[in-house]
Design a protein around this ligand. Structure first.
Ligand code: ZN
Length: 734
């Protein structure tokens, strides 16, 4: 559904993820590793990225590092709920009678709240998702602090406690300056040939710190039970290829060039050298961007992530890399079929490695090495990184407090370990049973819709129903927790901890290649406020942290739960039938199950939705991209519709009920809108309009209800009211 926390962070190479991969910290962190294609192509509720991010690894061995096992933590962890940020459920007192629901549901439900709740200085967006994210962070902070203070911590408690303690030790981090990456900077300074650069890239990848492109493991599109290796491009510091050309993002491009120069200066370059090197780095990225896909291209053509070839074909396509050695060094001696997405990018990069002057490549590697490590380095580097990615690019006024940045790192590196501890103290077991009942209710309503769809032929319908029958839901937390055996940590070496985790996580991913897919694995963490659909597994995931108000409350009125988490469940299920999800079949294979006439009918309906959203103006002169956001808008419309059906069928006894003078149907739509209350900084909005496959929240609050006759009926709207689409303009897809 929508976004949560910051999607700052420059996109760095990850296996296949690129534009879809954001790191949780403000900046790019040393590289997302746990990139899995599923994450890249999975559709989530909120975020523009459904991510699990990661950070750097290093081969430097820390002598006294002890190896973690998944043994239980030493002392039971406790949670003091009284100090957590308040939960924010739908509140009738927020309603604005001066803004009628039939004119603008979002203004009616959220207008007052939005005016009274500006974006906090350490964020770039603020709303229901973010409030829950803050609450999740507050829980995590209590856990991490207890662990960091406990010298007897063991197992996953040691991992979390050590990373947290080392990250909070600002004095040690500041004193180390560039020392944690000095060995790499020295290596870059000595590179004297194209083969030397390639060997350096290969070694970095093997440590889980990809540069220019990355390697990950995920199900084969054509055989989802088998995991294969995916190679995908990266290498760009700006949010999208469109930032590299034309005037629309000239300001950001120039600010980026200045950021490159400032970073290099901090590392010791003279003014003149830093300036010349920044020009060279940007020129490399402009050339790479030319062969990269835009966020819009990737979001609307999932096949762009998949290009199965042999290693021999890769050698022929981009001969500079030495792919056989590249895979072998990454632990894949015989990778079999690999997917190498965007061959044009690799062809270009291969040529550029031969033709671009060595000193330019050294500048590129030096800058990106420092920039990606900056969030873990001394204050001047972290501040410079924030000044660009946070302030200049996204309009964030202040850096997040240190504890939040360190928790971002914990989540990026050992997120599921934190999730295991989080669930122990913060997830009521009864929520899981109630959620299962809600999922069953939504599934039932979706089946009835599929059976009745007028525009679909019996052949296609039977395939759609087959897909319906194979949905799997994942609620709260995984059935089996990941085993962290073999990952070591120390309380006093932040970068070292991050780098060991990066290397460990990369090896963990590579070990999956050539093996059957583990379908129980989660693509999200329990402490994340989001939800996800994964077309390769045909599964939907609802982490523990989203199962709170305004989304879900075991004690809440059903109308509110159906308008909240019910619609979220529907949204995720409908991703299986959006313009990209519907290209995968019941087994998760990328295979066409559509009759041609049905495909045409589907396209005609979705085009109307593209046009509806194209007409929305998010900021002066800046329109929503109806194509970029199409999949999410299909999921919202279908999800809200199905959840409404499910509410009616599950709680007919409440149809005439009134609470605070508000009817069941009104409460349903009002809580839907409450979920979508959100403020943005102007700059954040600018970035998202280009990169985020989710439309701005206020258009999501209103966009689906406008197409639902039940909404107009609930509020007695007139056919001419702005919130009412009717006749030919009324869009009904699923
Ligand atoms: Zn979604």
């Amino acid at each position: 559904m929508h976004s949560i926390p910051s999607a700052h962070a420059k996109v760095r190479s990850s296996a296949l993820a690129l534009a879809h991969f954001f790191s949780p910290a403000h900046s790019q962190t040393m590289t997302p590793i746990r990139s899995s294609l599923a994450i890249a192509i999975a559709a989530c509720l909120a975020l523009s990225a459904c991510q699990k991010a990661s950070q750097p690894a290093d081969q430097v061995e820390v002598p006294n590092a002890t190896v973690a096992t998944s043994a239980p933590v030493a002392a039971p962890l406790t949670l003091d709920s009284s100090t957590l940020p308040a939960l924010a459920a739908f509140n009738p007192a927020d309603l604005d009678p001066a803004a009628p629901a039939c004119a603008d549901l979002n203004a009616h439900v959220n207008g007052r709240w939005l005016a009274a709740n500006p974006v906090p200085s350490d964020r770039t967006t603020w709303g229901s998702f973010e409030m829950l994210a803050e609450r999740s962070l507050a829980v995590q902070k209590q856990l991490a602090e207890q662990l960091a203070a406990n010298p007897a911590r063991t197992g996953i408690g040691k991992l979390v406690g050590d990373i947290y303690a080392s990250g909070m030790n600002e004095a040690a981090i500041d004193a180390a300056l560039l020392q944690p990456i000095q060995a790499e900077l020295d290596q870059i300074a000595k590179l004297d040939s194209t083969p030397a650069i390639v060997a350096f890239l290969r070694a970095q990848q093997a440590l889980g710190q990809p540069m220019l492109f990355g390697l990950g493991a995920e199900s084969d599109f054509k055989d989802p039970n088998l995991v294969i290796a995916y190679v995908g491009p990266g290498g760009l510091g700006l949010p999208d290829k469109t930032y590299y050309v034309g005037d629309a993002h000239k300001v950001e491009r120039e600010a980026y060039q200045q950021h490159i120069a400032a970073t290099l200066k901090l590392a010791g370059a003279t003014d003149a050298d830093a300036s010349a090197q920044a020009t060279a780095v940007l020129a490399i990225e402009v050339a790479l961007a030319d062969k990269s896909y835009s966020s819009e291209e990737l979001s609307r053509d999932v096949s762009k992530y998949y290009n199965p070839i042999s290693v021999a074909d890769a050698e022929a396509l981009a001969p500079t890399f030495g792919w056989t050695s590249y895979f072998a060094d990454s632990g894949l001696a015989a990778p079999g079929t690999i997917s190498l997405a965007n061959p044009a990018y690799f062809k270009q990069l291969s040529e550029m490695l031969e033709s671009t002057p060595l000193v330019d490549w050294q500048a590129y590697l030096r800058f990106h090495m420092i920039d990606s490590a900056a969030p873990y380095l001394a204050k001047p580097f972290a501040d410079q990184n924030f000044a660009f990615y946070g302030q200049a690019l996204r309009g964030q006024k202040e850096q997040k407090p240190r504890f939040k940045r360190v928790l971002d790192t914990v989540n990026g590196q050992v997120g599921e370990a934190m999730g295991e501890l989080y669930v122990e103290v913060a997830f009521p077991p009864e929520s899981k049973a109630q959620m299962e009942a809600l999922v069953t209710s939504l599934k039932g309503a979706l089946k009835i819709r599929l059976e009745k769809l007028e525009w679909m032929s019996p052949e296609t319908r039977s395939k759609a129903l087959e897909k319906w029958g194979s949905f799997v839901s994942k609620i709260g937390y995984p059935d089996a927790w990941r085993d962290w055996s073999g990952l070591s940590s120390t309380p006093d070496n932040y970068v070292g901890n991050v780098r060991r985790a990066l290397a460990y996580n990369f090896a963990y991913e590579m070990a999956k290649v050539g093996k059957p897919k583990n379908r129980g694995e989660w693509g999200m963490m329990p402490q994340t406020v989001n939800a996800q659909y994964n077309p390769l597994q045909n599964d939907i995931t609802f982490p523990a942290a989203i199962l709170q108000p305004p989304f879900f409350d075991p004690k809440a009125d059903p109308a509110e739960n159906y308008g909240g988490i019910g619609a979220v469940i529907g949204h995720e299920m409908l991703h299986g039938y959006d313009d990209q999800g519907s290209r995968f079949n019941a087994q998760g294979s990328f295979a066409n199950w559509w009759q041609p006439t049905d495909a045409t009918g589907f396209k005609k309906r979705t085009q109307q939705l593209v046009e509806q959203f194209n007409a929305y103006e998010a900021a002066a002169g800046k329109k929503v991209n109806g194509l970029l956001t199409l999949g999410e808008n299909i999921a919202d419309l279908g999800g809200l519709t199905v959840s409404y059906d499910a509410l009616k069928s599950a709680h007919p006894e409440q149809a005439a009920s009134s609470k605070d003078g508000i009817s069941q149907d009104q409460r349903f739509f009002m809580n839907w809108a409450t979920v979508w209350r959100r403020n943005y900084t102007d700059k954040e909005m600018t970035v998202r309009l280009v990169t985020d496959s989710h439309a701005p929240a206020r258009f999501r609050a209103n966009g689906a209800p406008k197409n639902m006759p039940a909404f107009a009926a609930a509020f007695n709207c007139k056919p001419t009211d702005p919130m009412v689409r009717s006749g030919k303009s009324l869009i009904a897809i699923w």
